[in-house]
Ligand binder design. Sequence first.
Ligand code: TTP
Ligand code: MG
Length: 388
Amino acid sequence: MILHIDMDAFFASVEQRDNPDLRGKPIAVGGFSKRSVVATASYEARKFGVSSAMPIFQAKKICPCLIIIPAQKKKYRRISREIMELLRTYSPIVEPVSIDEAYIDINGCERIFGDAGEIAISISKKIKNQLFLTCSIGGAPVKFLAKIASDLNKPDGITIIKEKEMEKFIRKIDIRKIPGVGPCAMKQMHLLGIKTLGEVRKVKKAILMQKFGKFGSTLYAFSRGEDNSIVKTEEKRKSISSESTLNKDIHETGKIRKLILLHSEIVGRELREKNLIAKNISIKLKFSDFSHITRQKALTIPTDSSSVIYRAAKQLIENIEIRKKIRLIGVGTSLLSDKHKQVQMEFFKSNAGNINKWEKIDRTMDFISKKFGDNKIKKASLTLNDLE
Ligand code: TTP
Ligand code: MG
């Protein structure tokens, strides 16, 4: 069994925990400027309709008594580490997926700690007693169902789906709850008359693939309760890469650069989503005669920045004399480590400003893509339609 743990109103709950005056009140964690948005809102504020990503001024309008608290990211990251450590006392196979969320593989731990339900209760109690925070937990034989389950009884809820209950559960899952289904996919689904994961089973795999590409086969598998992804501990996540085989072989420098940029962005985003940083950057080229080369370089400071990855990959490409046309381009990162464990960040002053600026751009783009779906925002140099 796999458990998915997600903290309730994480940043806001931490602030309410640390300041008793805020308890039971509608609060939002965010910035003070006119353009700031709500990072998260307490459940008291959510009753008024305040939600993540809402501009602060709008949140204030619908909830005039809303108290705005500045975010203290360092503090949240420290607590996040404490949560992950607490989870590792149950099983060594813990995969942190965001600052307040993790999977834990509890197969084989049942004899020591009891069944999935008992382990979930024990984790929830420990988080309450040791960290004075609440979480919601989902449990299932596969990862995607555990994630969906943790959201079903929020806040402070536990939902366990046993093997024999999967079929019934899947039938009713609202398509919006499936990880990876963005607004565009939603529209397509509705056109196909699909509202639940159960209804996906009525659609042929070929049609799903045609409409949703690679995600179509994921949907096909999910609708049958299949999900081969495993809970990945740090050691298992050795590298993250992205590559594409081109419809037409290319040799133009401009196009090559754009593809390098595209893949750097994809890799950067995945690193950031998983809270990882990479020390090694690599590129892979396959030529029209099917020969291939790879090149790699080590960075002085590990990164999760798309632009740092891009610059390193571009340098690697520039050092290669390309004589043949290219049929595949890829960018990879390895020597990954947990971002939270990063200790030193010594930038030359002149460079620090630049890196921070690009970090902000990365985060903003991640946020927009997460909220509105991929392809809604991309760097200007990736907007031309000549990447195929
Ligand atoms: P979530 O788990 O998505 O939200 P949450 O924990 O606040 O609330 P819930 O009870 O529904 O799980 O995100 C975890 C934290 O990440 C959240 O407390 C603040 C931060 N965050 C942002 O900064 N911006 C965002 O848009 C979102 C969604 C979260
Ligand atoms: Mg949460």
